[in-house]
Design a binder for this molecule. Structure first.
Ligand code: GLY
Ligand code: MN
Ligand code: MN
Length: 438
């Protein structure tokens, strides 16, 4: 990252310093220690899942790997201790000269113990991370580990993306779009779920472990399993639902497309086209000041209207939503904050101090209940699926006549539709980060 990118990063760090100093002052601390975290090891095993750095650490610096320590104090240059042991089991690549190095008082140590020599005696210190035994041994009392009031303030700030973060996310969109285009081409040529997965990985030029989440690649009926991660070998699916992202400098994209081949039922194809159009209409409604749950409710009504047009529901969208008849088709939230984590923090916060806004009772899975504001980045991902376990109670329910069950049974083999874009909230509306690419 050179030139303008470098100055964007310097601004990002200056903003982190400001917001962290304010949060420390409000919570009565003199210093904050963050660590990148410890790897998780499976029970009675020596194997680990892919390592994800502590999000609060990654908010400061895109230094990969476990056990690094960052010490933050008001008015002082952030002190970053990189753990770089001599090791012949795993590669310990030299740091080189990353674009961010000058923004830190940077030190390299050979052991984790050395990284925890904090030099903060007599200070009121908070620790955020999962290495609590090390923090305790370093003299930070347990009551100051992950203090809720401080974490809430930092989570709140993570919702407002700096220009540096948006630039990282733009790049993550570009990379994921290479994968999505390769996946579409493979699907058009009859590739299996497994082959599409491999085509995606080859195009984004990384390993599966480096993706923000496991790819969701379902042909036909598997599209109705929201987090389907099977990878079947059968070819020639008629529908492809692909939900896959990428990372750049720790920041994620999270994109879903649903494609059909000509062998797919024309009524299901109409549903896919209608979902794509209504997803764009939902993006157009994004504006600062709007509570995100209002957008979620609008999605239910629009999906209800589309199901009415296609003939699945015999009543209009608003009536269907009021009667709870859109939920079996759209059983997840419209979207979530996106950033360092694919389901980023702070989506249900009412205020910086940690008050929460619960999701509406009819939509317990909605992750974003916060008011929409400039600089937030979130997904808009309406879905419409044929999920028998959710439809079954309605087959003999009081409103059974509102559904065309024959049509539902005929369309069920095509699974479902989800269209997911990532949007940045601007002063007067939004910028769609995904659509320019795919
Ligand atoms: N890829 C997971 C999600 O869309 O939330
Ligand atoms: Mn998502
Ligand atoms: Mn997704």
């Amino acid at each position: 990252m050179a030139g303008q990118g470098r100055s964007l990063y310097a601004e990002h760090i200056a903003a982190r310093q400001r917001t962290t100093e304010a949060a420390l002052a409000e919570c009565g601390y003199d210093a904050l220690v963050l660590s990148s975290g410890a790897p998780f090891t499976y029970f009675a095993d020596d194997q680990e899942p892919p390592f994800h750095e502590n999000g609060h650490f990654a908010h400061w610096v895109p230094l990969r790997g476990p056990h690094h320590v960052l010490v933050l104090r008001p008015g002082a240059k952030p002190r970053l201790v990189r753990v770089a042991p001599e090791d012949y089991w795993y590669e310990q690549a030299p740091l080189g000269s990353p674009f961010w190095a000058d923004d830190f008082d940077l030190q390299e140590v050979g052991t984790i113990e050395a990284a925890w020599k904090l030099g903060l005696d007599g200070k009121r210190v908070a620790y955020i991370g999962d290495e609590t035994a090390r923090a305790l041994a370093a003299g930070i009392a347990g009551e100051h580990h992950n203090p809720a009031a401080l974490v809430a303030r930092l989570d709140w700030e993570r919702a407002y993306k700096s220009e540096y973060e948006v630039a990282c996310m733009d790049e993550a969109e570009t990379i994921a779009a290479w994968g999505h285009r390769a996946a579409l081409s493979a699907f058009d040529h009859g590739a299996s779920e497994l082959e599409i997965h491999h085509a995606y990985l080859a195009a984004v030029r990384c390993t599966e472990a480096e993706l923000p989440y496991p790819t969701i690649i379902g042909h036909d009926e598997k599209g109705a399993i929201l987090h389907y991660t099977g990878k079947r070998a059968q070819r020639n699916g008629r529908v492809l639902l692909i939900d896959a992202g990428a990372r750049h400098l720790g920041y994620c994209s999270d994109i879903t497309r649903t494609w059909t081949r000509k062998e797919c039922d024309s009524r299901f194809r109409a549903l896919v086209k209608g979902m794509d159009e209504l997803q764009l209409k939902l993006c157009e409604r994004v504006v600062p000041g709007l509570p995100y749950p209002d957008l979620h409710a609008a999605a239910h009504v629009m999906i209800g209207n589309l199901l009415h047009e296609v003939g699945v529901l015999k009543i209009a969208g608003d009536e269907a939503f009021d009667a709870g008849l859109t939920s079996p088709f759209f059983p997840h939230g419209l979207g979530h904050f996106l950033g360092i984590q694919v389901h980023d923090v702070g989506g249900r916060q009412k205020d910086p101090s940690g008050g929460l806004l619960p999701p509406p009772p009819k939509s317990p899975y909605l992750r974003t209940t916060r008011k929409i504001e400039e600089h937030q980045v979130f997904t808009i991902e309406p879905g419409c699926y044929f999920i028998e376990m959710l439809l079954r109670p309605h087959r003999n329910g009081g409103k059974a006549d509102c559904f065309d069950w024959k049509l539902i049974d005929e369309l069920s083999e095509f699974g479902g539709v989800r269209i997911e874009d990532n949007v940045l909230v601007t002063a007067s509306g939004h910028r769609n980060l995904t659509r320019p690419h795919i």
